[in-house]
Each structure stands twice: as structure tokens, then as C-alpha cells.
Design a protein around this ligand. Structure first.
Ligand code: NAD
Length: 682
């Protein structure tokens, strides 16, 4: 467990990347010192941030008070003595090794002994900087993506001597500032640029070889990868010289295949800034282009995994989160089929005199396994991680199947189990598309099968010999909040949010939510949360007993372990009184009135604004779903938990086979308000 406390950040270099990184840190509520060569450059960096935040206010992303708070978290300076108390420094100066080395020497002089020092280099190794620091164990890479205030991806790169503790602390700090970290070896281009640069370069080669014009290559690339911009438009946006530089650097270390295509070198000679994207599209050339670009992507992705640069999963996460591709290289590979992917990669391999990566050569014909749920064995605990950050770790059949397998592995260790999510969310519910597809194809049976499997898994988590702890660092919604409730203990970060939005999409929480929640926080508050979908921030969740502890990011893992040592509490009697005074009127109201009394207006809100708000929210929910929840509360209350859960499972069909379910779930997918069947009196 990490002994590092990361509460204050610094960013060196207030340019494009540095200002954006500092903006993100400050936006997430953490103090950050922004340093540049002189006060004028610092001010220029701060002005970039001010302008972006002002645009955010115009677009209603931020309120003016929020912007004031964000700016108050930032402190710009050119005085390095102000770095004495920072815990994590991110260097984002010019991409020049000597400049970076001198920056790290200065950081070693000015920062305290426990400060973690990170470089945002794109093209050097982290190990190139080892000799410039006094504590190499605290040196690592944090490679962000443009624009770093918006793009969530960060590659976390240790060199050989980086300590596990420093690495874990830097990783947790990325979660604290809302980033999605992936692991990368200290290798050329790290993970994403390793396949993205050749992807762009292949577009250039296709042009150079006269296979197609730019407009056709753009069209085919966008169609094949489901992306918004093809390689040439992307070069126009990021700067053509940057693409040349990136390919040149990779080419130097990895060989001619990665070196910039001649058409790119020629273009840079012309002094022009933008590729001309205009032209006629020749659709007959689709396969000639798509096959090459897919082949390159499959080859490089498999090769980098073979070399141990990244995992299959992180390679895909990099594409989805960092490049916003709708699917990662391995997901695409499996969709196209291993046999065809092998053929496409083989064409690239033979054209460039490369070797077929073993991963692809030996891939099982049904596809390369992708771990949506991963497992890691630590000294004191077994960790199970939901690893679909681009889908907010949504639960589906495959996730449950894999969770089942990982739980078995974890139990075999005899150690406590910590459940965690990768990215912004712990687990943000079930996969809505799966529900909608199943309902549209009259396949309710598959929903039932999914829910019953989930219930079985959740039941197995509580009261086992080794404790299960849910480490809720972000959003826990629906099935994710129910997963947390099924664990023995729930430990959350101050940023965690829990909620049960199901009645708003025409269903009820069917993975134990209607039964475990009231037993934990009392029936009146459980009704309030399920009927209104009200989200509960960590502090309030602790107050009402929904979770067991709140710990900051730098002590979250330690806190999980502490709770894991405790004997699990049995699901006993629901609390009989309201634990927090500010919810007393809510408690009384939901204790006293039925759904019909509330919706018909018979229940008196006594002018209480909170109650009126709650009633207003209830009116937007599915009446059918509210009534099902109410029945489950009433009938489940007097049953043993085990029987109550069975009752809940049996009622699932009544929810899913009602038209409100398809309407609510489809509306969520389509991003519109649902239109539910409402009773005449409401
Ligand atoms: N631009 C991208 O898309 C991108 C993406 C990932 C990583 N990176 C990496 O981030 C780093 C910064 O890139 P950028 O695009 O923000 O560059 P930039 O030129 O916009 O900014 C660099 C800043 O560093 C400052 N600086 C230079 N030397 C300094 C020193 N000794 N002390 C303090 N400040 C100093 C400069 O004044 C400038 O403000 C580079 O290493 C780059 O490879 C860039």
C-alpha cells in the first residue's frame, strides 16, 4: 500500500499541454502550481485556461462561481522555490531531452524528498531522465492526450527503478483528477501512438503509392474505423510536422515500417500547412484502403502486446478513451474474425519484411480473449477490476461470466477481495443496449438469465470467509450500486456518487436493490432513493449508512484493506429512525405515504421544498415501476433476505415485459425523455 500522499500538484511548462493538465487538476478541486520560464509565459498559460473556462461558462458547462473556484486552485509562478511542498510534479516543457534533463535536475533540488516527478514526454524514454534525478524510484511517465482538460486518457509509465508505491500513488492521483489511466511499458510511442502513428502513416503511404486520392482515403478510413476524421484531417488538426516528427522518432527506434511515408516528407518540404481534403471519392477502392489500415492496426496492436508494452485490454481502452474510436483494435479484430485479421496483417508483414506477431499467429479461431474483468493478486488482497472504462464498466452477460471466474480465482487465494472500477465509474449500471436488443427481439429470457446470474454472484459475495470490499471511487449506479451493496463493506472516495435511476427507465433495481437497500438504510429512505432516482454523494451516503467509510484517493486502498479485516455484518434489521436530521422530513413523508397518495396529491408536502422536489421527480418516473418497487418493499420486508431476493427476481418479468421498460430503456439510449403510461389521477 502506498505511503505517498498526493494533495498538491505542480505542472512545469504552461504551453498547450501544461496549461490543459493544470486546468484539469484545478477543475477536479486539487491545488496546482503552474510554472514556466518567466512571468509572462506563466500569464500566457493562465490566460489560455481563463479563455477556455470562459467558453465553458458560455456553453453552460461551468457556472461562474465554479470558474472562480477553479482559478483559485491554480497558482502561476516562475519561482521554483514555490515547489517545495508539492506532492506530484508533471513536466510538460519542450520536447527536447536536454531541456527536460535540466528541468528534472532543478526539480530534484527544489522538491521535497517524497515528491513524485513525472514527464509528459511523447518521444523519449522515461529512463532517459533517470540520471537527472536524485530519487529515480519516484520518477515515472504520465503521458496525457490533447486536449488534456477534456481527453481522459493517461498512460502511466514506470521505468525499471520506479517503485511500486510511487507508481500506485501516481495512478490513484490520476483517478482523483478524473483521468482513465492505462499501464504502459517504457517503450517507443508507449501504447496509443505506437499504433496510431502507423495508422496515420498508412494513409500517407496509400496516397504516395497512388492507390487513392486523399478524399477517398479519408472516406474509407472513417468508414472502416467508425471515426470522425481520417488521417489527413487529423494531421491538419494536430499539425503535419508533429506527425512527421512522431513517425520519424518511432522509425529510428523501431525500424523502417514506422518511418514517415515519402508523401509526408515531400509535403513537409512544400512548406504548406494543410492537406487539401477536397476531391472525388471512389467508393470502389474501399477495401484496397480499409484492408491496409486494418492490417497495420492489427499487426502493431498484436506486436506491442507481444513485446509486453501493454495489455490487450489497455490497448483497446487507449483507442476508445484516447482516440475516441468506437472499438479498440482487438475488439475490431475479433469482430472481423481472426482468420481474416491474420490475412490482413500478413499482407503488411510480407510487404515490409516483418514477422507475424505470435499473439495473432496463434490466436484461437473464435477470437483473442479480452478481459472486461481483470484479476490481480496482491500481497494482502485479491483485486477484481471492472475494465470497460469507455462503457463506464457497464455490466452485461460477458462481464458477469468473467466476474464469476475472477471471483473463483480470488477466493482460492484465501485473501480479502477488493472490487474496483477503471476510469470515471466504479460500475455505472447494466448495459442498456443489451436490454433494448433483447426486448426488441422478444428475448426476455436472456435478460432473466443475466439478472439471475448477477443475483447469484452478488449473493455469493456477502458473508464469505474472506471479506469483499467495494472500492467506490466514482459513479456507482443501478447494478453498480447494487454490487456495492452486495459486498461486505463499501469504502468510497469523496467523489463517489451512488444512485438508483431504474424507475426513470421503466424498471426497478433487480440485482438486490429493492431488498438490500432498505435493510441497510431503512424503508423510508430506500423509497425516497428508488422513487426519485436521487443521487447520493459520498458524505451523505456515509451519513445514511449506505456506505461504510469515506477515504481520500491517497488512502483509499489502505482504507479498503482496513475494512477487509473486519468481520462482515449480517444483513440485520433495517434502521427504524432517520440517521441524519436534514432528511427527517423526507423520512417522515415516505414512511407515511404510498405512491398513489403521493402522486394523487393527497400527501401533503407542507410547503417543504425538498419534498416538493421529490414529488416532482416521482412524476417523471414510470408509475408501473414505482408500484412494483412499492410492492417489493411491502412484501419483502417480512421475508428473510434470501427469500426477499427470490421474490425480487420473480418480479423482473413484470417490469421488463411492461411497455414502460422498452420505452424507458430506448429513451435513455436515444438521449430523449421517456413517455411513460401514467395513471389518470397523477
Ligand atoms: N501537444 C500534444 O499533443 C502533446 C501530447 C502529449 C504529450 N506532449 C508532450 O508535452 C510536452 C509539452 O508539449 P506542448 O505541446 O505543451 O508544448 P508547448 O511548446 O506548447 O509548451 C511548452 C512550454 O514549456 C515551457 N518551457 C520550456 N522550457 C522550460 C523550462 N525549462 N522551464 C519551465 N518551462 C519551460 C515553454 O515556455 C512553453 O510554455 C512535450 O514533451 C510534448 O511532447 C504533447
Amino acid at each position: 500500500m502506498s505511503s505517498y500522499k498526493i494533495q498538491k500538484f505542480a505542472v512545469i511548462g504552461a504551453g498547450n499541454m501544461g496549461s490543459g493538465i493544470a486546468q484539469k487538476i484545478a477543475t477536479e478541486g486539487m491545488p496546482c502550481v503552474l510554472v514556466d520560464l518567466d512571468d509572462e509565459k506563466v500569464e500566457r498559460g493562465l490566460n489560455i485556461i481563463r479563455d477556455l473556462l470562459a467558453q465553458g461558462v458560455e456553453r453552460k458547462v461551468f457556472r461562474p462561481q465554479q470558474v472562480e473556484q477553479i482559478l483559485a486552485n491554480l497558482h502561476g509562478t516562475s519561482d521554483w522555490s514555490e515547489l517545495a511542498d508539492v506532492d506530484l510534479v508533471i513536466e510538460a516543457v519542450f520536447e527536447d531531452l536536454e531541456v527536460k534533463r535540466s528541468v528534472f535536475q532543478r526539480l530534484s533540488e527544489h522538491c521535497k524528498d517524497t515528491a513524485i516527478l513525472a514527464t509528459n514526454t511523447s518521444s523519449f524514454y522515461v529512463r532517459d531522465l533517470v540520471k537527472s534525478v536524485t530519487h529515480p524510484e519516484r520518477l515515472l511517465g504520465l503521458h496525457y492526450f490533447f486536449h488534456p482538460a477534456k481527453n481522459r486518457l493517461v498512460e502511466v509509465i514506470g521505468h525499471e527503478g520506479t517503485s511500486k508505491e510511487a507508481y500506485a500513488a501516481a495512478w490513484a492521483a490520476q483517478e482523483a483528477i478524473g483521468k482513465t489511466p492505462i499501464w504502459s511499458a517504457d517503450a517507443p510511442g508507449f501504447v496509443v501512438n505506437r499504433y496510431f502513428v502507423p495508422w496515420v502513416n498508412e494513409g500517407v503511404r496509400l496516397l504516395g503509392e497512388g492507390v487513392a486520392n486523399i478524399a477517398t482515403i479519408e472516406w474509407a478510413a472513417k468508414k472502416a474505423f467508425g471515426v470522425g476524421m481520417g488521417p489527413f484531417e487529423l494531421m491538419n488538426v494536430t499539425g503535419v510536422p508533429i506527425s512527421k516528427h512522431a513517425a520519424t522518432t518511432l522509425g529510428h527506434t523501431l525500424g523502417a515500417f514506422y518511418a514517415p511515408g515519402q508523401a509526408l516528407l515531400d509535403f513537409c518540404e512544400t512548406g504548406e500547412r494543410f492537406w487539401n481534403l477536397e476531391g472525388d471519392v471512389d467508393e470502389s477502392l474501399y477495401h484496397a484502403i480499409a484492408d491496409r489500415m486494418l492490417g497495420v492496426t492489427f499487426y502493431v496492436a498484436c506486436q506491442l502486446v507481444d513485446e509486453g508494452v501493454a495489455s490487450i485490454e489497455d490497448t483497446d481502452i487507449g483507442a476508445r478513451v484516447g482516440l475516441r474510436w468506437p472499438a479498440g483494435p482487438f475488439e475490431m479484430l475479433n469482430k472481423i474474425g481472426v482468420e481474416r485479421a491474420q490475412l490482413l496483417a500478413e499482407a503488411i508483414v510480407s510487404a515490409h519484411g516483418l514477422k507475424m506477431p505470435a499473439l495473432l499467429k496463434n490466436a484461437p479461431s473464435h477470437g483473442i480473449p479480452i478481459e472486461l474483468v481483470s484479476y490481480q493478486h496482491h500481497q494482502d488482497y485479491a483485486e477484481i477490476r471492472f475494465n470497460r472504462p469507455a462503457a463506464m464498466n457497464a455490466l452485461d452477460k460477458t462481464v458477469f461470466l468473467q466476474l464469476d471466474g475472477k471471483l473463483q480465482l480470488a477466493r482460492a487465494t484465501g485473501k480479502p477481495i477488493v472490487l474496483r472500477g477503471n476510469g470515471k465509474a466504479f460500475v455505472a449500471g447494466a448495459d442498456i443496449k443489451f436490454f433494448v436488443d433483447s426486448l426488441n427481439s422478444d428475448n426476455y429470457a436472456s435478460i432473466e438469465e443475466f439478472a439471475l446470474h448477477g443475483q447469484k454472484l452478488y449473493i455469493s459475495m456477502h458473508g464469505a470467509e474472506q471479506a469483499t470490499v467495494a472500492r467506490v471511487h466514482g459513479l456507482a449506479l443501478g447494478g453498480g450500486a447494487e454490487l456495492a451493496l452486495a459486498a461486505d463493506w463499501v469504502v468510497a472516495s469523496p467523489k463517489a456518487m451512488l444512485g438508483f435511476p431504474e424507475t426513470g427507465i421503466g424498471i426497478f433495481p433487480g440485482l438486490g436493490g429493492t431488498q438490500r437497500l432498505p435493510r441497510r438504510i431503512g424503508y423510508p429512505l430506500a423509497k425516497y432513493l428508488l422513487y426519485t432516482g436521487q443521487m447520493v454523494p459520498a458524505k451523505m451516503a456515509l451519513g445514511i449508512g449506505l456506505i461504510d467509510a469515506v477515504a481520500s484517493f491517497d488512502s483509499l486502498d489502505a482504507c479498503c484493506l482496513e475494512w477487509a479485516q473486519k468481520e462482515s455484518a449480517s444483513a440485520g434489521e433495517a434502521p427504524a429512525s432517520c440517521p441524519v436530521p436534514e432528511l427527517q422530513s423526507i423520512w417522515n413523508f415516505f414512511d407515511q405515504y404510498t405512491v398513489d397518495e403521493i402522486l394523487s396529491g393527497e400527501a401533503d408536502c407542507l410547503g417543504d421544498a425538498n419534498l416538493e422536489k421529490a414529488v416532482k421527480k416521482m412524476r417523471q418516473k414510470s408509475y408501473h415501476a414505482l408500484k412494483l418497487c412499492e410492492t417489493l418493499f411491502t412484501e419483502g420486508e417480512h421475508l428473510e433476505l434470501e427469500h426477499a431476493l427470490l421474490l425480487e427476481a420473480k418480479s423482473l418479468s413484470a417490469a421488463f415485459l411492461h411497455p414502460d421498460a422498452l420505452e424507458g430503456l430506448s429513451a435513455l439510449l436515444e438521449g430523449r425523455r421517456p413517455s411513460f403510461q401514467q395513471p389518470a389521477f397523477a
